[in-house]
Design a protein around this ligand. Sequence first.
Ligand code: FAD
Ligand code: GLY
Length: 369
Amino acid sequence: MGKNYDAIVVGGGVIGSSVAYSLAKRGLKVILLEKERLASQASQAAAGMLAAQAEMTEAGSLFDLSRKSRNMFPKLAEELKELSGIDIALTNKGMFKIAVTEEQVKEYQQMISFQREAGEQVEWYTGEQLRKKERALSEVALGGLYLPNDGHVLAPELSIALAKSAAQLGATIQEYTEASSFILENGKVQGVKTDRGDLHSEHVIVTTGAWSKRLLRETGIESTDYPVKGECFSVVFEKPILESTIFSHGCYLVPKKGGRLIVGATMKENTYDRKVSVDGIASLLEKAKRLMPGIVEAEWEKTWAGIRPQTADGVPYLGEHPDWQGLFVATGHYRNGILLSPITGEIIADLVEKKPYDDVDLTPFRIQR
Ligand code: FAD
Ligand code: GLY
């Protein structure tokens, strides 16, 4: 007989860690399983942008969820600092979504109305106005949306802080433990089989990111998720040359503390290969130089890559399995898992506790869509 828990969370990225944190906060006896180290996959690769407005191109449930989640960060940052001692470096200096073609100028200007109708702040800046605010930008920037409330955090720190805070509240964290299958009986989940033995619980949450397909197939779900590799690099300036984040098609520049700048990210579909390619970094550097020629003055820091979990319709899977009671799925957060982590934790904790989550319509996120 294996051990018993109120909930077993499978996958220790930012989503699993957030779910474990939300459940532990509600007093549940939780175990978080991770096959490698915590936050060793997509969640360590992220630039940490909370781009609730910059990443969303239309109104709808995902836009609503994104804004709600972004607004949870100030309180969360304080809680995590208190519980784990880790500063996630929440920075609220806004984001410019920059147009570099006339088509993008039109496209981005059209986004203003749905964002304002939702009550969000957004302003259009001409190229000249942009360069007055961010002097490092080149003439390539034709104009852009200023989104004062889209900030950023340190992504790996956020994941680790969530897991450590969950542990502080009583959760068990077990690294180097791979879930191989679920224990399913009479329409209910009863636990998880792992390479270190069976664990028992009536609540199991699958948060295995881009590695979810095989586990879900075994439960009768043909999920549409697929991997999208992203490569990044970082440089360090003696003095910071950007105030706000610069978000442009195919390239973003995220200024971190101490003059550090993260430049991301490539988009390579259907590969689990995490090697950083010369081609990927060269194309990013070219785009970054066009936007901000002064990047050549910086000192090179490092490169890295991660695998984003994407779904066919671009919307995450959030909810209970249609056939197996107590089995929940939270994956497919694609480019926005850091942003969506706090709200995902709360939604899953509500579902586990059988509290209806009615702030946002969750129908588009159903697994059986
Ligand atoms: P992961 O972090 O991949 O975690 C899943 C975990 O499950 C892994 O640690 C894996 O080892 C584990 N696992 C898998 N199978 C098993 C098993 N059978 N048993 C046990 N454990 C298992 N998002 C933002 O919001 N803002 C950004 O600025 C941003 N930038 C990004 C930049 C890049 C280059 C990339 C690649 C992604 C970026 N993202 C960003 C997206 C974000 O990183 C992801 O959406 C998020 O990390 C997904 O989290 P996750 O926990 O679902 O997946
Ligand atoms: N959200 C940025 C990325 O996924 O690259």
